[in-house]
Design a protein around this ligand. Structure first.
Ligand SMILES: Nc1nc2c(c(=O)[nH]1)N[C@H]1C(S)=C(S)[C@@H](COP(=O)(O)OP(=O)(O)OC[C@H]3O[C@@H](n4cnc5c(=O)[nH]c(N)nc54)[C@H](O)[C@@H]3O)O[C@H]1N2
Ligand SMILES: Nc1nc2c(c(=O)[nH]1)N[C@H]1C(S)=C(S)[C@@H](COP(=O)(O)OP(=O)(O)OC[C@H]3O[C@@H](n4cnc5c(=O)[nH]c(N)nc54)[C@H](O)[C@@H]3O)O[C@H]1N2
Ligand SMILES: [Mo]
Length: 858
C-alpha cells in the first residue's frame, strides 16, 4: 500500500486552481505534516473503483443543510461530491453543498488540526501566570495528565468556592445539554449561560402576544401564489444557501415582485432583482410605525381599502380604543399612539424619515403594498430583532401584517424567514428520533444572560432573570453575587468569539483560575485556555443526523478513524466523571453507537395522506445484530442500508399534494393577536434591563443611530458617527471555517464602506482601516461600495480575533470587538447594534487573511 504522503505527492494540484476547479467539485486534500498542499486525483475512474462514497457530516450552524459525500480509499478521503441521489427539479431539489461544505476536508485534515492534549507552558495549579493566556507557549501532555489536571482544578474550585464557581460554556447557549455539563450536574451542578442568539427578541416576545408562533410561513408551493414579497433585513443568498434562496428565485420567476428593506444592497437583492429600500440599522420600528400611519391615513374602506378592518376587529386586541382589554386605559391603544393623539407626535413618514432614512414617499409606497387585496408575503429575517431595545419588533411585524390581513390564507403570510426553513414553512415531514439519553437536572439554577456574561465574571454579580431556554422560568430580575473560577468550554459554541463584548471576554479569561477547551483546531477560546483537549470531528464519530427545511433528513456516517490522539466529547466526559467520582452511567447508560441507533429507530416520516407519521426506517434482526445494539425489528419506508448509502431521505413535493401548509389557518378560532400586551410589557420591565410599552413604540436604542450624534436636536455627529452591521458571511459558518485556507482565498473578509463616506475620510479601496467603537477596535481592509446606506459599515460576522498585544487592537476583524455587552429588554445580544468611527490606519497595512499563518502548534 502506497503511503499517504506518496499518494498525495502523486496527486498534486496547485493552490490557485482550486477556486476555478471548485465549480466542478474537484478534490483536494490537506494532511497534517504536508502543509497546505492541495492534491487532486488524476485518474478518477481508478480511484472510484477501489473507494467507497460515505455520507459525511456538514454539521455546522450555517443555516443550510446539505448532502456531502466523501470518497474514501484505503481509509483516506480523496474526493467529495454532493447530492446526486436524484435529478434536480424545482419540486424535488437536490440538497447541494456550497463552497464551505466542499472545503470541509481542510478543516478535518487541516495542518492546524489539534493533535495532542496540551497545557500552557506557564500554567501552574490555580492558574500560574494567568496574564499569559493567549500568548503563552504550548506543551504537549498525555491524556492522563490532561484529565488529571482538569479534574483537579474542578475539584479545587468546588471545594474552595462551591459549584457556583464553575461555568459551563457552549452548546450555543443551550443549558445543560452537552456531555460534560451533564457530568458537572451530577457533581453538584454548574452555572450556565444563555442568550437570544439567532432569534433576538423572537425568543420571548412571540409567546406574549397572542401567541404569534415563531415561524408562521406558508409552505414553498403556496408562496408561489404571492404577488409581492417584502423581505426585511434579510440575505438568504449569503445566509440561507441551501433551499431558501432557490425557493425565493422560483417565487420571483412565478411573477412576484420582491422588495427588500435593508441597509445593504446584498446579493439576495441582486439575485432576485429586488427593489432596494435602504434603511438605517435599528430604526425598523420607526419605519414600520410610519407605514402603519400611512395605512391608517390613506385607507378609505370604499375608495381605497387598505386596512382589513374585518380581520383586525375579529382577531386582534388593542389596535384602537374600542378594542382595548378591560381594565386598561383606552388611551393607550396603538392607533392613537401612531396618530399622536395624546403624545402630540404623529408617527408620520416625515417623522420616521429623520430616524430611519427611508424617503417619506417610499414609506407611503410600502404602505400601499400592505393593502389587503395584495397577495403579500411579509418576510422579515431575525436580523433586526437581534438588536438592542427590539423587544416590540415581533409585535410590530405582527401588527403590520394584521392591518393588511396577511395571515392564515393562501398567498398571504407574515412570518420571520431564515436559515434552512427560509421560504418553506410547515411542520417537518421527516425527522430523526431521540438518542434516548436521560435528562440530568442541574442543582445550580444560575443562568447568566450572554450580554452580561463577561461583565459578570469581572464584576462578580449579575441580574438573574431565569432561563431564556425555558420561558416558564423567566422571572423578575434579581441581582446575584457570582464568583466564577473555572471556564469550561466543552460544548458546541465559540463563546469567546461569538458573544458581545469580546475585549471584556479576554479579560475574563485572564482573570479566572482555570480555563479548559475541547477543540479540533486552536479556536479563540482554546487559544486563551490553560488546557486544550483535542476532539474528534463528526467525520471521525459513529454518525448522526442533520435536518434542514421540512422535507429532508440527512444521515451521516463515520468517514475516517479518529485522527492523532483526538477523542469524542463524550469519552472525555466519561473519563472526567471517573476522576470526579461520579457515576457516568447515569448520564450515558449506553454507548454512542446505541444512541445513534435509537435515532434511526425513532425516525419518522409523514404518512402519504399528510395526516400522521410512520416509522422511516426498516430495521431487520440482522441489522440489529450487525450493529451490535439492542432494539426491535421494524417496518418503515426505506431500509437501513439504503438510507445509509443514499445518506438522505427527502419527501418529494408536488403542487396540490397532501403536504401543503397555510400558517395560522386555524389559529384564530381560539387565539387573538395582542397588539396591546400587558404581559409582554410587565415581563420585560420586570426583568430589569430596560423598559418597553405594551404596544409597539419606537425606543432609541443603546448604541443605535441616535447615539452617533453628540447633539441629536441640532444633528451634530459625535465621536462614533457610523453604525455597524454584521452580515453572516460566506467564508464561514459563524466562526467555523475561518481557518480554512481555500475559503480565506475565496472570501477576503473586508469591511464594506460606502464610497462617499470613505472619500470623506480619505480612505481608498484596499486601505487598512481602523474601526473603533466604545467597546474595542479592529482592523480591516476597505472595500468601497455604493451598495451600503451611507454612514453604515458592514463588518462580516465571525472572523477570528488576533489581538496585537502592543496596541490592544485586533487585526483579525472580529465583530464582537465592536459590539458592546449591554443587556437590554429580554437580554438581547445586539448583534447589529454597534456604533463606530473609521479612519485610515497609520500603522502597518494588513496582510491578506489568506497569507496569514494558520494557528499551527505542535
Ligand atoms: N454563510 C453563512 N450563512 C449563515 C450563517 C453564517 O454564519 N454564515 N449563520 C446562520 C445563522 S445561525 C443565522 S441566525 C442566519 C442569519 O441570517 P440573516 O438574518 O439573513 O443574517 P444577517 O446576515 O445577520 O442579516 C441579514 C441582513 O440584515 C441586514 N440588517 C442588519 N441589521 C439590520 C437592521 O437593523 N435593520 C434591517 N432592516 N436590516 C438589517 C443586513 O444588512 C443583512 O443584509 O444566518 C445563517 N446562515
Ligand atoms: N457580533 C455578532 N455576533 C454574533 C452574530 C452576529 O451577527 N454578530 N450572530 C450570532 C448568531 S445568530 C449565532 S447563531 C451565534 C453562533 O455562535 P456559536 O454557536 O458560538 O458559533 P460557532 O462558530 O458556530 O461555534 C461553534 C463552535 O463549536 C465548535 N465545535 C463544532 N463541533 C463541535 C463538537 O462536536 N464538539 C465541540 N466541543 N465543539 C465543536 C466549533 O469548532 C466552533 O468553535 O453567533 C452570534 N454572534
Ligand atoms: Mo444564528
Amino acid at each position: 500500500m502506497a503511503s499517504l504522503v506518496d499518494k498525495i505527492n502523486k496527486l498534486n494540484l496547485s493552490r490557485r486552481s482550486f477556486i476555478k476547479a471548485s465549480a466542478v467539485a474537484t478534490a483536494g486534500l490537506t494532511l497534517a505534516g504536508c502543509g497546505n498542499t492541495l492534491t487532486n486525483i488524476a485518474d478518477k475512474s481508478e480511484s472510484e473503483k477501489e473507494g467507497e462514497w460515505v455520507t459525511a457530516a456538514c454539521w455546522h450552524n450555517c443555516g443550510g443543510r446539505c448532502l456531502n459525500k466523501a470518497l474514501v480509499v484505503d481509509g483516506v478521503v480523496i474526493r467529495q461530491k454532493t447530492d446526486d441521489t436524484h435529478p434536480d427539479s424545482p419540486d424535488f431539489p437536490q440538497q447541494r453543498a456550497c463552497v464551505r461544505g466542499r472545503s470541509q476536508r481542510q478543516q478535518i485534515f487541516g495542518a492546524d488540526r489539534l493533535k495532542y492534549p496540551m497545557k500552557r507552558k506557564n500554567w501552574a495549579p490555580g492558574g500560574g501566570k494567568k496574564e499569559l493566556r493567549g500568548k503563552d507557549e504550548w506543551v504537549k501532555i498525555s491524556w492522563d495528565e490532561a484529565l488529571d489536571i482538569v479534574a483537579g482544578e474542578i475539584k479545587a474550585a468546588k471545594e474552595k468556592h462551591g459549584n457556583r464557581s464553575i461555568l459551563a460554556l457552549g452548546e450555543r447557549g443551550l443549558t445543560n445539554h452537552y456531555d460534560f455539563s451533564k457530568i458537572l450536574a451530577l457533581y453538584g451542578g454548574c452555572v450556565h449561560h444563555v442568550g437570544t442568539r439567532s432569534l433576538g427578541t423572537w425568543r420571548l416576545t412571540p409567546g406574549k402576544i397572542g401567541p404569534m408562533p415563531g415561524s408562521t410561513l406558508n409552505d414553498r408551493l403556496d408562496l408561489l401564489n404571492c404577488e409581492t414579497v417584502i423581505m426585511w433585513g434579510s440575505n438568504p443568498a449569503w445566509s440561507g444557501v441551501s433551499g431558501g434562496v432557490y425557493y425565493a428565485k422560483r417565487i420571483k420567476d412565478a411573477g412576484a415582485k420582491f422588495i427588500v428593506v435593508d441597509p445593504f444592497y446584498n446579493d439576495s437583492l441582486a439575485l432576485l432583482d429586488a427593489e432596494w429600500i435602504p434603511i438605517r440599522p435599528v430604526t425598523d420600528t420607526a419605519a414600520m410605525l410610519a407605514i402603519a400611519y400611512a395605512m391608517i391615513t390613506m385607507d378609505d374602506p370604499v375608495t381605497n381599502p387598505i386596512i382589513d378592518w374585518k380581520f383586525l376587529k375579529a382577531n386582534t386586541v388593542g389596535f384602537d380604543a374600542e378594542s382595548m382589554p378591560e381594565g386598561t386605559d383606552p388611551k393607550d391603544n396603538f392607533k392613537d399612539y401612531v396618530l399622536g393623539t395624546y403624545d402630540g407626535v404623529p408617527k408620520t413618514p416625515e417623522w420616521a424619515y429623520k430616524i430611519c432614512g427611508i424617503e417619506p414617499n417610499k414609506i407611503r409606497y410600502l404602505a400601499n403594498e400592505f393593502r389587503k387585496d395584495n397577495k403579500l408575503a411579509f418576510l422579515p429575517a431575525y436580523s433586526f430583532a437581534r438588536n438592542k431595545n427590539a423587544d416590540n419588533v415581533p409585535q410590530m411585524v405582527m401588527t403590520l401584517g394584521a392591518m393588511g390581513g396577511h395571515m392564515g390564507k393562501s398567498g398571504h403570510c407574515t412570518s420571520n424567514n431564515q436559515n434552512a426553513s427560509a421560504f418553506n414553512g410547515g411542520p417537518a415531514l421527516v425527522s430523526a428520533g431521540g438518542k434516548g439519553l436521560p435528562t440530568i437536572a442541574n442543582p445550580v439554577d444560575d443562568v447568566i444572560i450572554d450580554s452580561e456574561l463577561w461583565p459578570s465574571i469581572l464584576k462578580g454579580e449579575y441580574n438573574y432573570v431565569g432561563n431564556l431556554d425555558d420561558l416558564k422560568t423567566i422571572t423578575k430580575g434579581q441581582k446575584r453575587k457570582i464568583d466564577i473560577r473555572v471556564l469550561y468550554h466543552g460544548g458546541v459554541g465559540a463563546i469567546l468569539q461569538s458573544r458581545d463584548g469580546m475585549k471584556l471576554g479576554i479579560e475574563a479569561h485572564r482573570k479566572v483560575d482555570f480555563v479548559v477547551t475541547h477543540a479540533f483546531s486552536l479556536n479563540t477560546q482554546a487559544k486563551y485556555s490553560d488546557v486544550v483537549l483535542p476532539i474528534t470531528t463528526e467525520w471521525e464519530r459513529v454518525g448522526g443526523f442533520l435536518s434542514g427545511g421540512r422535507e429532508m433528513l440527512i444521515m451521516h456516517s463515520q468517514v475516517v478513524e479518529p485522527l492523532y490522539e483526538a477523542k469524542d466529547d463524550q469519552w472525555i466526559a466519561i473519563e472526567l466523571a471517573k476522576r470526579l467520582g461520579v457515576d457516568h452511567k447515569e448520564a450515558f447508560p449506553f454507548d454512542t453507537r446505541q444512541q445513534f441507533f435509537n435515532q434511526i429507530a425513532g425516525a419518522t416520516v409523514a404518512t402519504t395522506d399528510g395526516k400522521g407519521k410512520e416509522p422511516l426506517v426498516t430495521i431487520t434482526a440482522s441489522d440489529i445484530n450487525a450493529w451490535g445494539v439492542t432494539g426491535e425489528p421494524q417496518q418503515g419506508r426505506i431500509t437501513l442500508k439504503e438510507l445509509q448509502s443514499r445518506g438522505v431521505y427527502q419527501v418529494e413535493r408536488k403542487p396540490g399534494d397532501n403536504f401543503g401548509f397555510i400558517a395560522l389557518e386555524d389559529h384564530f378560532e381560539t387565539n387573538k393577536l395582542l397588539i396591546y400586551s400587558k404581559e409582554l410589557e410587565d415581563t420585560i420591565n420586570d426583568m430589569g434591563f430596560s423598559k418597553i410599552k405594551a404596544i409597539p413604540t419606537y425606543i432609541p436604542p443603546e448604541d443605535g443611530y441616535e447615539r452617533t450624534f453628540s447633539d441629536w436636536e441640532r444633528q451634530i455627529k459625535g465621536e462614533y458617527p457610523f453604525q455597524v452591521v454584521n452580515p453572516h458571511y460566506l467564508r464561514r459558518s459563524h466562526t467555523v471555517f475561518d481557518n480554512v485556507p481555500w475559503l480565506r482565498e475565496a472570501w477576503t473578509n473586508p469591511v464594506f464602506i460606502n464610497e462617499d463616506d470613505a472619500k470623506a475620510h480619505s480612505i481608498s479601496d484596499g486601505d487598512t482601516v481602523l474601526l473603533s467603537s466604545p467597546h474595542g477596535s479592529t482592523l480591516r481592509t476597505a472595500c468601497l461600495t455604493q451598495r451600503l446606506m451611507p454612514k453604515v459599515i458592514a463588518l462580516p460576522h465571525g472572523s477570528w480575533v488576533d489581538v496585537d498585544e502592543k496596541t490592544g487592537i485586533d487585526t483579525g476583524g472580529a465583530d464582537n470587538m465592536l459590539c458592546g455587552a449591554i443587556p437590554t429588554g429580554q437580554g438581547t445580544s445586539g448583534w447589529n447594534t454597534a456604533i463606530c468611527r473609521i479612519e485610515k490606519y497609520s500603522g502597518n497595512a494588513l496582510v491578506p487573511d489568506a497569507q496569514k499563518p494558520q494557528r499551527i502548534i505542535l
